[in-house]
Design a protein around this ligand. Structure first.
Ligand code: DC
Length: 219
């Protein structure tokens, strides 16, 4: 069973996906971390993220692997564990840009599907229900008001020591949203069979409970 959770940044996907995976004893697959891994490599290599040709060429000399340690997903780029370096604003902005490059998306597809083959996975991202696992039996699409999402992301950044003006976070989030929703390849849209959940006025537990009810009905 694969459970697909898609939605925009700051909607609470990672939090609920992790909790749902823990409740069910499933693996948690954070597909955004893979785009962040490519962004990390692009930054290390001093390649322009907007240069499709150079980013595509860089993939030939890149390896990205995932491993699980006590249930937590770790990302290795060229054999180096970089999980803790993937959530800086710099990597976040670069990931949003390189994720619009078709070759990057194609390159990451088999890596994501390989994890899916292990079965019992909660996968979270922008296109897991539409493109990566289109036949997943259970799909959710989370939405929330942009202001609520910016507030949530702001709190996360402050907690992680990357605090800055909330307006800046709002602008970043809106820019990423626009890129994610409007890119020509695998844009952020709900799968036809996804269940929408508006998390604007729901807390984490309420969202997880709604999902658990759907899982119980589907099993
Ligand atoms: O979920 P996240 O913020 O960690 O994702 C980082 C970036 O990766 C995001 O701006 C869009 C991209 N992404 C994507 O295009 N497709 C996915 N399945 C997951 C993430």
């Amino acid at each position: 069973m694969i459970i697909a959770i898609d939605g925009p940044a700051g909607v609470g996907k990672s939090t609920v996906a992790k909790l749902l995976a823990a409740r069910l004893g499933y693996l948690y697959l954070d597909t955004g971390a893979l785009y962040r891994a490519i962004a990390w490599k692009v930054l290390q290599s001093k390649v322009q993220p907007t240069d499709h040709e150079q980013v595509t060429a860089l993939l030939d000399s890149t390896s990205v692997h995932m491993q699980y340690h006590n249930g937590a997903m770790q990302v290795l780029v060229d054999g180096r564990e970089v999980t803790g370096e993937l959530r800086t604003p710099e990597v976040t902005g670069t990931a949003s840009i390189v994720s619009a490059i078709p070759a990057v998306r194609e390159w990451l597809l088999p890596i994501q599907r390989q994890i899916g083959q292990r079965g019992s996975v909660v996968a979270e991202g922008r296109d897991v229900g539409t493109k990566v696992f289109p036949s997943a039996p259970l799909k959710f699409f989370l939405e929330a008001d942009a202001t609520v999402r910016a507030e949530r992301r702001h709190r996360e950044l402050v907690a992680a020591g990357h605090g800055r003006a909330i307006e800046e976070t709002y602008q970043d989030l809106s820019g990423r949203d626009m890129r994610d929703r409007n890119r020509s390849i695998a844009p952020l849209i709900p799968a036809a069979d996804a269940r929408p959940i508006d998390t604007s006025v729901l807390n984490v537990d309420q969202v997880v409970e709604q999902m658990m009810a759907a899982v119980s009905a589907a099993l």
